[in-house]
Write a protein that binds this ligand. Structure first.
Ligand SMILES: C[S@@+](CC[C@H](N)C(=O)[O-])C[C@H]1O[C@@H](n2cnc3c(N)ncnc32)[C@H](O)[C@@H]1O
Length: 286
């Protein structure tokens, strides 16, 4: 393998750097993809721009910075937490150790929400703000409120609201679900912690180590947040308003029953792109 300073071409230098990173990454899921992302970051480029690198760009400082990122990844830190951002829906969200790393599955909830108009939206457990802020960025007339129990998470969400230019339409408050909230809303969305306590040991080590525990589990059967939210949601919705809840793939029937028992109409369970149950939606009666 040609070392970068001896490389005959930028392609050779790039191949050297990527192979070095891949080999140090060991058994992560897709070492070549991660090596590409981390090399681009070390070089100050976007992913997909690596072919812009010239032989002279592979300085010892750049390679040292790259290998420091590779070592973090090899130790189990997720790429998003190393880079400090995650691309979600159409936007880039800052993330830190204080917020859940936004998941592609959650884009289903955003897509379903955007299928109907809304004016005022409440996002319970907003984390990075990825759901609320994607909705506000898409619906220029809408405004909304994001809540969380974590002030550190709300600060990340505020930063993201500014970066997306929707801060004038987005408010954030500390609240235990509805405790500090005044309605009414046209739409309530939530991706609450839904991993049951007994499922926690089965999660990937990097999820357990790098997503806040409070964002993952209710320390019980995984349904406590749905019970707490559904029983009060009707008081905070306008007649005809909607609720959309992200669920784990096995929770649809129970969450749908909670909604029916609480008096909601038109309860439906919707799949994600992989065909797994992902969102339960319902309407508060007129
Ligand atoms: C699964 S994460 C979702 C974060 C973000 N909405 C997303 O989809 O990426 C759940 C969020 O709910 C928050 N949370 C947990 N318990 C809460 C409670 N009792 N009241 C409000 N938020 C809570 C957590 O801090 C976390 O940010």
């Amino acid at each position: 393998m040609t070392a970068p300073q001896d490389a005959a071409s930028p392609g050779q230098a790039l191949a050297w750097a990527l192979a070095l990173g891949r080999d140090r990454l060991g058994d992560v899921d897709d070492p070549m993809r991660d090596a590409r992302l981390l090399l681009a970051h070390a070089a100050g480029l976007e992913r997909g721009q690596l072919t812009r690198l010239d032989v002279a760009d592979f300085t010892p400082e750049m390679i040292t910075a790259y290998l420091a990122l590779i070592d973090q990844r090899a130790a189990g830190r997720p790429v998003s937490k190393i880079l400090g951002y995650r691309d979600f829906w159409k936007y880039r969200f800052a993330v830190s150790e204080e917020v859940l790393d936004p998941r592609p599955d959650t884009e289903t909830l955003v897509e379903v929400a955007l299928a109907q108009p809304f004016g005022r939206v409440l996002d319970l457990g907003t984390g990075s703000g990825c759901i609320l802020l994607s909705l506000l960025a898409e619906q220029a007339q809408a405004s909304g409120l994001g809540t969380d129990l974590s002030e550190a998470a709300l600060n990340v969400a505020r930063q993201n609201a500014g970066a997306l230019g929707v801060q004038a339409r987005a408010e954030f408050v500390i609240s235990d679900w509805f405790a500090a909230i005044t309605g009414p809303f046209d739409l309530i969305v939530s991706n609450p912690p839904y991993i049951a306590l007994h499922e926690m040991p089965g999660l990937a080590r990097e999820v357990r180590a790098h997503d806040p525990r409070m964002a993952l589990t209710d320390e019980g059967d995984g349904l406590a947040a749905y019970r707490a939210i559904v029983v009060k949601a009707g008081q905070y919705l306008r007649p005809g308003g909607r609720i959309l809840l992200e669920i784990g793939p096995t929770q649809g029937a129970e969450v749908a029953r909670f909604l029916s028992d609480a008096g909601f109409d038109e309860v439906e369970i919707l799949p994600d792109l992989d065909g797994r149950d992902r969102v339960v939606g319902a309407i508060w009666p007129l």
